[in-house]
Design a protein around this ligand. Structure first.
Ligand code: MGD
Ligand code: MGD
Ligand code: SF4
Ligand code: MO
Length: 755
């Protein structure tokens, strides 16, 4: 099926048969239509005002905006706002939830809402509480909130916790972790536990640094990009402009993804209206479609082919790395048949990828959730970075390893110490500040938090943004676990399903907060490219609302809990003082000390590697061997529901959603008309007597979804795709043990014709 032309390059991806609804290019005119509809609508004025506001984009970690203006990236290039940014702003400038709504609707009624309906209720504008045994959320005074919160946080430190999502500022993140650690707790669960934790875990061990080593400027100089398990055409659209320009300059792009995502084949970018928008620019030079969860095998195959083609840079390995012999031995002795059977990619395709990588001067290896949301995700990261090291591609201009992060400030949360894997330097600095050691009890990451809550070991939880209920696997378990916690405090801008299903045993409090472009003072964020952006103060459109900046709530709570220990918390309500603390305690953030005077945004020190010198004790990078995954799917009988088709289900984002928040039904670029669809290969359907548009039941190990519509798509046989968060109800968490990240991208399911 794989199509290779006479030059050995691919004419189309191996499983390219898409449905008739799928367009010929990603991006394109619909993007302009979306801009036009929204910016010319009634909300147009507010939208433009926000787009021109000097603040960092809310949506993804690629990072756009900040002091250079809403449309400029860190390289100073203009026209850098994508439609996803408009989508995110549009959701935030909606009117407040109608005043009487929560008085009228019972919690049972609110639980009937879909994710999209919950978001469309509007902005949260007054603090509310749902008390045990009550049927309605009711308004609550700030004084009572603090009373309940203070009592709740006076529980034993190991029984209190926070969960956070990377939308808030560095300043809020810093205060959150200081508050929790001053209590003597390390329970700082974060959405990154469900996301890029395996990248952090893997990179730390290999390079001593935990983030991308590639700057935007550096990416522009690559002559080959490997993009594994990420769909930037949906989730980081500005990255597509870089890929377009790289291809134009003759660089080669290798896409690794079980699904042919149309935008990664051809993408029409509004940034290039004449040459790209209508016809689309070519993206992938080579498109490989492995079995979900098999990337380690594919990369070991690439390593083997590099050895066979004599393209391994042994001098580099010898000079700058450790344990490389073991990894070369592993690749040499790996069996081709085992490799190709495990990953489902032919030896010829693997050799073509190796040839491209090995003959390029400067290769950037980027990856997303297809790599990290797997049961062997840390091995996936090792295997990719091993390949980068074997070809001498870490520690030089135009090359390196580049995890493509999620939320717009998720990386900043990690840098600020909102993590259960605290950097020793930060720990020391915090211990100095506190005048005592931090608690030696290891904190709960997100999955441990849910398990501990389910076991009745958590009394109090503060959620700084996010949707802990909706983001976790096994929604039934998540709901039950949160129901064991006495007090849950949600700080949020918009209502979401977590506020209606993730209810505490005693008190569930929802506190409405200002978003990034509404804060009364400047705040900072960190992009996935390690660039710190400064967002200007702004104001909210919500009239007669009772909103609070996150920093104000957290510092007031801390002051009531801790007095003036170890800092004057109320003084921190001016975030300039938080920035001073950050400058003193967070490595690489020294420039925060003067940012209020200079307004100078900056790249964090020690992160971008242009020389092969690593922050490890020996100064060398370490390679790690990576066992090939065993990817047997269960037999149909094991589901206890009779015969059917067993598939490896990818659970991912549709085009119009931001994580658990759905903006629009359907997915126009995959030809999926609504959210209750399963995208699969025609051959799989036909071999089991199913037809397109037929309704099926999709069952996992925790539940099933009914009346799911079969949509044929460019998915490799044996794999399928459905949308999160709805699908989270059907499967239990299988997590990667080193990072705690769930295997959302390989869920065994049984598909049967609906009764
Ligand atoms: N508009 C928008 N932007 C977003 C988000 C959003 O929801 N909406 N979310 C933000 C967040 S928090 C994150 S983490 C990022 C997520 O961005 P991505 O990393 O792009 O996440 P997904 O869309 O979940 O999945 C990405 C791709 O992984 C592929 N994949 C699945 N399994 C495998 C596999 O085994 N191997 C390989 N090689 N590929 C596989 C899927 O087919 C899919 O194309 O985006 C961020 N940006
Ligand atoms: N099956 C499956 N499950 C997944 C994934 C998957 O690919 N498949 N992906 C996982 C990933 S990568 C992630 S990151 C998680 C996402 O998990 P979360 O980050 O927990 O969820 P979000 O949906 O991003 O949270 C959205 C809510 O954040 C709040 N919010 C927005 N802006 C702000 C703000 O400025 N301040 C505050 N305080 N609140 C704000 C709003 O109330 C909004 O409803 O989901 C994970 N779950
Ligand atoms: S690529 Fe990401 S950061 Fe840039 S404008 Fe789009 S959503 Fe915002
Ligand atoms: Mo994420």
């Amino acid at each position: 099926m794989s199509s290779e032309n006479s030059h050995g390059s691919q004419s189309s991806p191996p499983f390219a048969q898409k449905n008739a609804e799928t367009p010929e290019i990603g991006g394109g005119l619909p993007v302009i239509q979306y801009w036009a509809e929204h910016t010319l609508s009634l909300e147009g004025y507010k939208l433009w005002k926000t787009l021109f506001h000097k603040s960092a984009c809310l949506s993804c970690s690629w990072g756009t905006g900040g002091q250079k203006g809403g449309f400029t990236n860190e390289a100073g290039e203009k026209l850098q706002r994508c439609m996803k940014s408009v989508e995110a702003i549009s959701a935030e400038i909606k009117p407040a939830v109608p005043k009487q709504l929560f008085a009228q609707q019972t919690i049972q009624q609110l639980q009937q809402l879909s994710s999209m309906q919950a978001d469309r209720l509007g902005r949260l504008s007054v603090p509310m509480i749902l008390r045990a045994g009550k049927s309605h959320y009711e308004r609550i005074s700030w004084e009572e909130i603090y009373e309940i919160a203070v009592a709740a946080f006076r529980q034993p430190p190991e029984r209190v916790a926070s969960y956070s999502s990377g939308r808030a500022s560095n300043e809020a993140a810093y205060v959150l972790q200081l508050l929790i650690r001053t209590l003597g707790s390390n329970n700082l669960a974060d959405c990154s536990d469900l996301c890029h934790a395996p990248s952090t875990t893997g990179l730390k061990q290999m390079f001593g640094t935990r983030t991308s080593v590639v700057s935007l400027e550096n990416l522009k100089q690559a002559d080959c990009v490997v993009l594994a398990g990420g769909n930037p055409a949906y989730n980081q659209p500005r990255l597509m402009n870089e890929l377009i320009q790289l291809r134009e300059r003759g660089a080669r792009i290798i896409v690794i993804n079980p699904i042919m995502e149309i935008g990664l084949v051809k993408f029409g970018s509004p940034a290039f209206p004449l040459k790209s928008l209508l016809t689309g620019s070519e993206i992938a030079s080579l498109y490989l479609q492995p079995i979900p969860g098999s990337d380690t095998a594919l990369f070991v195959g690439i390593q083997k082919a590099l050895l066979q083609q004599n393209l391994v840079k042994t001098d580099y390995l010898q000079a700058y790395t450790e344990n490389w012999e073991a990894v070369l031995t592993q690749a040499r002795s790996a069996d081709w048949q085992k490799i190709t059977e495990t990953c489902g990619v032919s030896q010829a395709e693997i050799e073509a990828a190796a040839q491209m990588i090995g003959t390029s001067e400067r290769v950037v290896f980027g990856w997303g959730m297809g790599i990290t949301q797997q049961q062997n995700s840390v091995d996936n990261v090792f295997a990719i970075a091993n390949t980068a090291l074997m070809t001498g591609n870490v520690g030089k201009v135009g090359a390196g390893v580049m995890p493509i992060r999620g939320h717009s400030n998720v990386q900043g949360f990690g840098s600020m110490g909102v993590t259960v894997e605290l950097r020793p330097e930060i720990q020391q600095a915090l211990e100095q500040l506190l005048g005592r050691p931090l608690s030696p009890v290891k904190g709960y990451h997100t999955r441990h938090l849910i398990e501990a809550a389910a076991a009745g070991k958590v009394d109090t939880l503060l959620c700084l943004g996010g949707n802990l209920y909706g983001a976790n696997p096994d929604s039934t378990q998540a709901k039950q676990a949160l129901g064991q916690i006495d007090t849950i405090i949600y700080l949020a801008t918009k209502p979401n399903l977590g506020h209606f299903h993730g209810l505490a045993k005693q008190n569930t409090i929802v506190i409405p907060v200002l978003n990034r472009f509404e804060q009364p003072y400047k705040t900072t964020t960190e992009s996935g490219n390690n660039f710190v952006r400064l967002s200007d103060a702004g104001e909210t459109h919500l009239q007669a609302a009772d909103l609070i900046p996150e920093v104000e709530f957290l510092t007031e709570l801390a002051a009531r809990l801790h007095g003036e220990y170890p800092v004057n918390w109320r003084q921190l309500q001016n975030p300039q003082y938080i920035r001073q603390l950050i400058a003193q305690t967070i490595p690489g953030y020294e420039k925060m000390a003067t940012i209020d005077q200079t307004q100078a945004e900056f790249t964090i020190g020690g992160r971008i590697l242009t020389e092969p010198k690593f922050s490890t004790p020996s100064g060398k990078a370490t390679l790690f061997t990576t066992p090939l995954p065993e990817l047997e799917l269960p037999q149909p009988e094991s589901f206890g529901a009779g015969a059917g088709l067993v598939l490896a289900l990818i659970t991912a984002r549709s085009y119009s959603q931001h994580n658990t928040v759905v903006y629009k039904n359907g997915d126009q670029y995959r030809g999926m008309p609504h959210r209750n669809c399963i995208l699969l290969n025609r051959l799989d359907a036909e071999s089991s007597g199913l037809q397109e548009h037929q309704r099926v039941t999709v069952q996992g190990d925790a539940g099933k979804l009914e009346q799911v519509e079969v949509i044929y798509g460019a998915v490799r046989p044996g794999a399928a795709l459905m949308f999160y968060p709805e699908v989270n109800v059907i499967f239990k968490a299988r997590t990667e043990t080193r990072s705690g990240t769930p295997a959302y991208k390989r869920v065994p399911v049984l598909v049967q014709a609906a009764q």
